[in-house]
Ligand binder design. Structure first.
Ligand code: CU
Length: 156
């Protein structure tokens, strides 16, 4: 049973690869890779240059999960990723971006923590971030600095 099943799976994989090569990259059976995009990014204007928080949403339209493994910026000496569990925050080394799903960073939940900022970000500034993933290529994000009390659901 097992060898037969394995052969069948291999056959499907080869057909898929040929179809992919034959039509310039569009896969009629649906995407098998992560397709990531970033939206809703913002940083509330921090009180000092010592520390700031940042939020964004990563959407995966692909059929395979990926992992956010690091975030860097010219504007900050260090950016760490945190999750919030029962009011306490914990640093994590990677966040999963689920297949056909989203990884959401929002106030009170997952967040990016900026430390050693070169200068204090002010409302109207833009912070350029580079996101790295386990599988997908890196993404660049222009994160706007909003007011200290900015609420994305009200827009001010
Ligand atoms: Cu934190």
């Amino acid at each position: 049973m097992k060898p037969v099943k394995h052969l069948a799976v291999t056959g499907i994989a080869i057909t898929g690869a040929l179809a992919l090569a034959g039509c310039g990259g569009s896969d009629p059976s649906g995407s098998s890779r992560a397709e990531l995009s970033v939206g809703a990014s913002y940083m509330p204007q921090p009180v000092s240059a010592d520390m700031a928080a940042g939020f964004l949403t990563i959407t995966n339209r692909g059929g395979t999960k990926d992992e956010l493994t690091s975030v860097t910026s010219e504007s900050a000496g260090e950016i760490t990723m945190h999750e919030t569990n029962g009011g306490a925050m914990e640093q994590v080394s990677a966040f999963e971006v689920p297949a056909h799903g989203q990884l959401v960073f929002k106030s009170g939940g997952n967040h990016l923590m900026f430390e050693k900022l070169k200068r204090r970000p002010a409302q109207g500034d833009t912070i350029t971030l580079r996101l790295k993933f386990a599988e997908s290529g890196p993404l660049t994000v222009e994160m706007p600095v909003k007011s200290a009390t900015y609420n994305p659901s009200t827009g001010h």
